[in-house]
Design a protein around this ligand. Structure first.
Ligand code: HEC
Ligand code: HEC
Length: 434
């Protein structure tokens, strides 16, 4: 179908409306646009029918429904093509707009509520989801939802919510699974929103749960069980009860009893700030002088003692770098802080488990890629076969530029830039066994 009328007609329609005349045109334009839109959708639906055989039936039904809608719209448009026909009688002052079609409402009505209401029929599991995720999401969110560069991390961070710098992920933070479905279905992949089918979305959501260790890979997520799935942080939010509690209190009659008889000004603001017309702010001393009140001059307000000059530091002593400190405990403490950058993916200490990355107990003296049950990348597998062993030098080199030191590693971490950090992390990891 030719696209050019689509481009021209809306423009003409816009002008016609602006001139406040030629209603026939605008209604005709509306018809042509609607047809174009619906035909486009039919075309797309048909293309999908031929490619996705398992969904062919459902899509064919949709295509038929859309074709019917096209026919209906064509009929409507045919009525409106008479250029001299009067303006359509519509509600409202301007006679514009029309009642939305059921199909249009259905197309926008995709929200999903926490209890699962609004979910389309469908299902998926992490096993299938892994493939779709690798294809459509991993370029930004990482193969394991660990986030690439600055793109959002979707997994891990479970014990960081109380930290100063919490890692808020779908797994650690989001209270309802419905939000994940809804968000992904509506808005991802970034830049290609609206291209996922419901089954793909179920599979992806299952995969995100799986990469957060919240389900195993056989778990089948469906429109029936999604609403009752309990998220890790479901109780971590405070229900907003202000409408019931606070607003009521504020709206009651203000107390006007026992008021002071007289009001007395005891102080004035020191600075007056004005916003000049050209932007920015000007501030100046408040020039007002009131009997008995402190006064202000360019030397400062009369009641604030002149500030003593700040002592000038003779030499700026550098903050002690952890590297220069020979106090082992301090180093380990510094390393613990640095390890926050690793925590989203690695665990250490008693009961440490493999997460996105392998546990890091006893890493020094450990063969590369040798933790049981962790699926390493090929580059780590090769290093294991060569029998390479972690020591402080190799770890520092790896951590300063993971992707350069181990080409093809799936550790999505840009690296530690400071020598002090590298020494500190070495000390910290060494404290978990050699
Ligand atoms: C081109 C990069 C890109 C791709 C591909 C991509 N995303 Fe995203 N994703 C983003 C960005 C950017 C944000 C943050 C958007 C914002 O905050 O407005 C985001 C946010 C998210 C979030 C919310 C994270 C949070 O904690 O707020 C989820 C969940 C998500 N994406 C899932 C997916 C899934 C599933 C796919 C594949 C179907 C996908 N994304 C593909 C870039 C991408
Ligand atoms: C985004 C997740 C992520 C972050 C953040 C991360 N790692 Fe990793 N790390 C991994 C993955 C995944 C692997 C496995 C690499 C492979 O198989 O290619 C790995 C591997 C390792 C290994 C090799 C282990 C072995 O058994 O051979 C060490 C050591 C390591 N990481 C240390 C760190 C340290 C220290 C930090 C923080 C400074 C860190 N990682 C940050 C995901 C991460």
């Amino acid at each position: 179908m030719s696209k050019s009328p689509n481009l021209v007609l809306p423009a003409i329609g816009g002008i016609a409306l602006m001139l406040g005349a030629a209603y026939g045109f605008s209604s005709r334009n509306y018809g042509a646009d609607t047809i174009a839109l619906l035909e486009d959708r039919v075309e797309k639906a048909e293309a999908r029918v031929s490619s996705a055989s398992d969904q062919a039936k459902a899509e064919a039904e949709r295509a038929t429904a859309l074709e019917l809608a096209v026919a209906e719209a064509q009929e409507q448009a045919a009525k409106g093509t008479n250029l001299t026909s009067p303006a359509p009688q519509m509600e409202g002052a301007y006679g514009l707009g029309r009642v939305a079609m059921a199909e249009e409402i259905a197309a926008w009505d995709v929200d999903v509520l926490p209890d699962g209401r609004g979910l389309p029929v469908g299902s998926g599991n992490a096993f299938d989801g892994e493939e779709v995720f690798a294809d459509k999401c991993a370029s930004c969110h990482g193969d394991f939802a660990e986030g690439v560069d600055n793109w959002p991390v979707l997994s891990g961070g479970f014990d960081t919510l109380a930290d100063k710098d919490p890692v808020k992920t779908v797994g650690s933070y989001w209270p309802h699974l419905s939000t994940v479905y809804d968000y992904v279905y509506r808005s991802m992949p970034f830049g290609e929103a609206g291209t996922l089918t419901p089954d793909e979305t179920y599979a992806i959501v299952a995969y995100i749960l799986y990469s957060n260790d919240l389900i195993d890979d056989e778990f089948e997520l469906t429109h029936e069980n999604l609403g009752s799935f309990e998220m890790h942080n479901k109780d971590g939010f405070v229900i907003d009860d202000r409408p019931e509690l606070e607003y009521v209190a504020w709206r009651s009659e203000p107390c006007m009893e026992n008021c002071k008889e007289q009001v007395e000004i005891t102080m004035r603001s020191v600075f007056l700030v004005e916003t000049p017309a050209e932007g920015g702010t000007n501030s100046m001393m408040n020039p007002a002088k009131v009997e008995g009140l402190p006064s202000f001059s360019s030397d400062g307000p009369s009641f604030i003692p002149v500030a003593a000059p700040k002592p000038v530091k003779a030499a700026v002593e550098p903050a002690p770098e952890p590297a220069q400190s020979d106090d082992g405990e301090a180093m380990i403490a510094a390393g613990k802080k640095v390890f926050k950058k690793c925590k989203a993916c690695h665990q250490v200490g008693d009961g440490a488990k493999n997460k996105t990355g392998p546990h890091l107990n006893g890493v020094f003296g450990r063969t590369f890629g040798s933790v049981d049950g962790f699926k390493y990348s090929n580059t780590f597998k090769a290093a294991m076969e060569e029998g390479r062993v972690w020591d402080e030098a190799s770890l520092a080199e790896f951590l300063s530029k993971p992707k350069a030191y181990m080409k093809g590693t799936k550790m999505s971490f840009s690296g530690l830039k400071k020598d002090g950090d590298l020494d500190a992390i070495n000390a910290y990891l060494a404290s978990f066994g050699n």
